[in-house]
Design a protein around this ligand. Structure first.
Ligand code: ADP
Ligand code: MG
Length: 705
């Protein structure tokens, strides 16, 4: 824009971007003209307002630049086709909002919705068919009355809130040159890639994104031989091509590797400002999905596509950064006497302490429910891991003593702040050790110079979890600031001693949320209960936590109106019920069209063998076929009973008008029935001859790359 726009227009745009002015008509028109020329030079024929309804994905409606211009020349009317794109078309559009999830907002207000250009996120162009391209305009999506209908509006609000609170606190400790801070976000995306031909034979994967039946093969991830292994060539081709497409869209992809489960992989970009990082994560998922298709692969973003092996997460690496590019969560050389670090660090820990259940609510979905608390994923209990050294730093500050195990000398000997390890091999250089070790079991871990929120689901948009985290930390900053203000008294700025006094108070308050041990263990579940940290496992219960934090979200850090909060809640609950009803119906169909017919066919075959053998005079009670027949018979009898129950529940649930009640039925009955049913379908799968089993098995799905 700087290259193509007149200087004065560009400056006005920059001011608007920083929130200082709004765009006037003439400036908007000038920008729109430059944007159209740029886009058409790159083959664009269409433009679209690109936004993020509450569906965990994005929405777009394309319009061409085509316009018809009619004029009368010498009394003759003539019409010509022209390209046009006005400032108002760039700034705002009005898609029909009625078919997006809207909670109760639409019944209270009008169905009209507006998309408005989010000037903080870069425009981009994506290739379309036949050499045409489309100009994408990142937007927010709001209702007729200005209520947020999307994920982005609230994220932007939370970013502004945290910036204001952080700047105030920084000014109080003398960092007066900071005018703005932003939250940074680096999203690690995990996913499965499987053969598309096999995928297309699995109705459960196609409809629900996960397998509803299927038994675990003898070998899967036990040997840890897939993790960080050589990337299979078809997958490498897919990922490399995805990265190339993403680079063109401005997404800075950085890392790729095999994950723990067979057929599971991860890609991660370099972190960016959080709202841009969210846009880029959503784009990454879309491009990956598209490119995988070209390589005859299917990308599964579901948190638990395969029972019994690792699920997928979306690790959200999060920090706070000043306008001068300084990371406020960087412990630097002497964390114990770095007031900025200590304040922001303890604010985050305290935020999780106060609003852990809110963070839990932001990651609750029907699909993540299968992953959280399962063996290889963080549990539903939200705690914070700091690592040995920072744990010690907080303890030392709290107890007003010198740091124990980590001497100043050791720390200062490595510039980035680590200790030196001697490897006792002369040819290897000494290496520096990070300030924190890793604890993969923690849902929320400090990892060197940022926090990593690991419990976020792979399929969901990172937007809402980050929004809630921003809001919680903002409140903590506000609380810390007001205490510091008192402690400081009428001095112009708070001293290190003042800061330490305040930090000490918040270290004490937030202590129960800190946990350095194994989050997967039974002991932790018991210990958490003793500490009063909630372990909520049912989604309908977790959703309610969103409403319990109403004061934070609508008053203290008002990023949502009451109507918007209830809208979110309703969308979550409704989505949960729909997901489970869809899964229930898919399971029903699969039992009747695949599992039972296979069992019956096989039984018929075995039975006719038995008849023949009986005719030959053999004692059929004493041969293996008889045992098979009995086992299949028993399993099918049980399965049919459960299937009947499932059908009854599915019929009942559609008659329940109260959404919350429907969610409880969905959880208590459909979810639990499906788990029970699986015991029998998987048993039948393991017994029926493969020739009767039409569904690709785990051994094929996970090992055909
Ligand atoms: P690991 O798998 O070891 O946790 P990765 O390298 O896969 O780490 O991902 C780490 C992510 O954290 C990357 O996206 C990286 O850009 C991001 N990150 C690094 N520093 C920051 C920061 N200050 N704020 C936000 N994200 C960060
Ligand atoms: Mg990782």
């Amino acid at each position: 824009m700087e290259k193509t726009l007149p200087k004065s227009i560009f400056q006005r745009f920059r001011q608007q971007q920083r929130g200082r002015t709004s765009l006037d008509r003439a400036t908007a028109d000038a920008i729109a003209h430059a944007v159209r020329v740029w886009a058409m030079d790159h083959g664009a024929t269409h433009y679209t307002h690109w936004f993020q309804p509450q569906t965990d994905t994005t929405a777009e409606k394309h319009d061409s630049f085509l316009n018809l211009k009619t004029s009368i020349v010498n009394g003759v009317e003539s019409t010509v086709a022209i390209d046009s794109f006005s400032g108002s078309q760039l700034l705002q559009a009005e898609p029909d909002a009625s078919s997006f999830p809207h909670g109760s907002i639409r019944s209270t207000f009008e169905a009209r919705g507006y998309t408005v250009w989010d000037t903080t996120s870069p425009l981009f162009i994506q290739d379309g068919p036949h050499g045409t391209s489309v100009l994408y305009i990142p937007c927010v999506f709001i209702s007729y009355n200005g209520e947020a209908l999307d994920e982005k509006t609230v994220l932007l609000r939370s970013n502004e809130a945290i910036s204001k609170a952080a700047v105030r606190l920084l000014h109080m400790i003398g960092d007066t040159e900071v005018r703005h801070v932003h939250t940074s976000l680096g999203v690690e995306q995990e996913f499965f890639l499987i053969d598309r031909g096999l995928y297309s034979l699995r109705p459960d994967l196609k409809i629900c994104g996960r397998t509803l039946v299927g038994s675990v093969p003898p070998k899967h991830q036990q040997l840890d031989d897939h993790y960080f292994g050589q990337i299979p060539s078809r997958v490498l081709a897919t990922i490399a091509e995805t990265e190339m497409e993403l680079y063109k869209l401005g997404v800075p992809m950085k890392t790729r590797h095999n994950e723990v489960a067979p057929a599971q992989f991860e890609m991660a970009p370099i972190f960016e400002e959080s709202s841009v990082a969210v846009d880029h994560n959503l784009l990454t998922m879309q491009v990956l999905h598209r490119v995988a298709h070209r390589h005859k692969l299917k990308c599964l973003f579901h948190e638990k596509p395969f029972k019994g092996v690792n699920g997928s997460g979306k690790h959200c690496n999060w920090s706070v950064c000043t306008d001068a590019g300084e990371n406020l969560l960087d412990p630097s050389v002497k964390p114990e006497s770095n007031p900025r670090f200590l304040l922001f660090f303890i604010a985050t820990v305290y935020a999780v302490y106060k609003h852990g259940t809110l963070l839990r609510a932001g990651i609750a979905t029907s699909s993540n429910e299968h992953r959280l608390g399962a063996n290889e994923a963080p549990p539903g209990i939200i705690s914070v891991f700091l690592g040995d050294q920072l744990d010690e730093v907080l303890n030392a500050v709290e107890e007003q003593r010198e740091l124990k195990s980590f001497s100043q000398h050791q720390i200062q000997s490595v510039k980035v702040g680590g200790t030196v390890l001697d490897l006792k091999v002369a040819t290897l250089p000494p290496i520096s050790r990070d300030l924190t070790d890793r604890n993969r079991t923690s849902p929320f871990a400090f990892t060197g110079n940022k926090f990593e929120f690991r419990a976020v689901g792979s399929k969901q948009s990172p937007s809402f979890p980050v929004t809630l985290l921003n809001a919680a930390v903002t409140e903590a900053l506000l609380e810390i600031t007001s205490v510091l203000e008192e402690v400081k008294g009428d001095k112009p700025k708070a001293s290190l001693e003042d800061v330490l006094t305040v930090v000490r108070m918040f270290i004490k308050k937030s202590k129960p949320i800190r946990f350095e041990g194994d989050n997967y263990s039974q002991e932790w579940i018991e210990e958490a209960a003793r500490r009063g940290i909630e372990n909520i496992t049912s989604c309908p219960e977790v959703f309610k936590k969103l409403l319990e934090h109403q004061k934070l979200l609508t008053e203290t850090v008002p990023i949502l109106t009451m109507a918007e909060l209830h809208c979110r809640y309703q969308v979550m609950v409704e989505r949960y019920v729909k997901d489970l009803v869809i899964e229930g119906n898919t399971l029903k169909t699969m039992i009747n069209q695949y599992v039972l017919p296979a069992a019956f066919d096989y039984r018929k075959e075995v039975a006719s063998t038995l008849v023949s053998l009986n005719n030959l005079g053999m004692d059929i009670n004493d041969i293996p076929e008889k045992k098979v027949l009995d086992e299949i018979g028993n399993a099918t009898t049980e399965l049919v009973k459960l299937e009947n129950k499932l059908c009854d529940t599915l019929e009942k649930i559609v008659t329940i008008n109260d959404l919350e009640q429907a969610a409880v039925v969905a959880h208590d009955e459909i979810f639990n029935l499906a788990e029970k049913i699986r015991i029998f379908t998987d048993d039948i799968e393991s017994k029926v001859a493969t020739k009767w089993w039409l569904l690709p098995k785990y051994s094929e799905l996970l090992f055909q790359l």
